[in-house]
Design a protein around this ligand. Structure first.
Ligand SMILES: Cc1cc2nc3c(=O)[nH]c(=O)nc-3n(C[C@H](O)[C@H](O)[C@H](O)COP(=O)(O)O)c2cc1C
Length: 387
């Protein structure tokens, strides 16, 4: 196994092993990619306060997210088409998360179905829904998630309409991939990926094909996705969906203090401060920059998680020290999955865990629960004066 010391090592292997179309799908932001870049570079603006001669024995990264025990407060974010990054990708990622002791979130737009993932895991996972017009389909998704024992519903609010990612259009992104001269030539160089795909039946959107009205084959899927998203979504509908599920709810895609207040009032259990990894509103501020005003607005009312831009345990620590109770990683685990399957996801989690644990020690802390603003050096104008 190559020596992996940081997430960037996994990204480089991932780039070599996975067809260009799927690499580009993950490693891109919308339009100019300004928000995508800011998500990571804004973490670098925050520095850490070094402390010495503090007893660093018996450290723990164990914590709780929405009342569930976690080995560290880092969940795997919902990522569509994960099963195209590696054969049976959602099952592999879920198993790695389960063994590590962190939550896995299955996307509506996964390749492996809810039932597939439940069958191959032993602990409850989280399920993510987009808000769709088809009420029957939503109800059935909720029923299926309930039957599969899912312990939380993540409702994504920042994708009523889709931000444009140039590369996906140019590559003709689809699942399974369209066979063009260019895509076939590229796939032929990805032997391991190809053998995996030949060995699995799971190559279509497992939660949709055969379940949504009129979607019986992959060809009818593209017209369904174009039509399916609920452009009319409002807070009444969010409240209705929260009632419909009846269990723990995490509202994902909150980037504004006013929306955070609405989410808390709607009765959700947690929010994820997120801009979808810079894939939706290009020009929006980074998640980490928006965390302090959102904490000021709702930090005492609702549990706050954060994603977008996390590539290290130091990033996780910064989010926790600014008040987040938990974090999510998207690309960081996808790199691992595409690079080395389940073992790669485990490696990504190990890398982040070690960075978090060691950095915590060097900051003079023994427990993630004790991290706070006192561990950070934040530029005075970090949030900025945006009028
Ligand atoms: C390739 C890809 C696909 C994604 N698909 C979904 C999805 O199906 N549902 C969802 O709520 N978010 C989706 N997201 C957003 C992630 O859940 C998460 O917010 C984002 O990846 C966090 O940023 P990071 O990748 O910088 O960690 C996707 C992100 C990526 C990179």
């Amino acid at each position: 196994m190559p020596v992996i010391t940081e997430i960037e090592d996994l990204r480089k292997i991932y780039e070599r092993r996975v067809p260009r179309m799927f690499y580009d799908y993950a490693e891109t932001g919308s339009w100019s990619e300004q928000t995508f870049r800011d998500n990571s570079s804004d973490f670098d603006l925050i520095r850490l306060r070094q402390r010495v001669a503090v007893d660093m024995t018996n450290r723990s990264t164990a914590s709780r997210m929405i009342g569930q025990d976690v080995a560290m407060p880092v969940a795997l974010a919902p990522v569509g088409l994960t099963g195209m990054q590696c054969a049976d990708g959602e099952i592999k990622a879920a198993r790695a998360a389960e063994k590590f002791g962190v939550p896995f979130t299955l996307s509506t737009l996964s390749i492996c179905s809810i039932e597939d993932v439940a069958e191959h895991t032993t602990k409850p996972f989280w399920f993510q829904v987009y808000t769709l017009k088809d009420d029957d389909f939503m109800r059935r998704l909720f029923d299926r998630a309930r039957d599969a024992g899912c312990s939380a519903m993540v409702i994504t609010l920042d994708l009523q309409v889709q931000g444009q990612r140039h590369k996906d259009l140019k590559n003709g992104l689809s699942a399974p991939p369209k066979l063009t001269v260019k895509s076939v030539a590229n796939m032929m160089t990805k032997v391991q990926w190809g053998l995996g795909m030949l060995g699995t039946k799971r190559r279509f959107f497992g939660n949709v094909v055969g379940h949504a009205k009129g979607v019986t084959d992959p060809a009818s899927l593209s017209s369904w996705t174009a039509e399916a998203f609920d452009h009319a979504l409002d807070w009444d509908r969010v409240r209705e969906l929260i009632r419909m599920w009846g269990g723990k709810v995490i509202l994902k895609g909150i980037l504004d203090a006013e929306d955070a207040k609405m989410a808390a009032d709607a009765g959700a259990d947690a929010i994820v401060v997120s801009n979808h990894g810079g894939r939706q509103l290009d020009g929006a501020l980074s998640s980490i920059r928006m965390l302090p005003p959102i904490m000021d607005a709702v930090g005492d009312k609702i549990e706050v998680h954060l994603d977008s831009g996390i590539r290290s345990g130091q990033d996780v620590l910064k989010a926790l020290a600014l008040g987040a109770k938990g974090t999510m990683i998207g690309r960081a685990f996808v790199y691992g999955l595409g690079a080395m399957g389940e073992a790669g996801v485990t490696r990504a989690l190990e890398v982040i865990h070690k960075e978090l644990d060691t950095t915590m020690a060097l900051c003079g802390e023994r427990n993630v629960a004790d991290l706070g603003r006192h561990n950070l050096l934040v530029p005075e104008d970090f949030t900025g004066r945006w009028a």
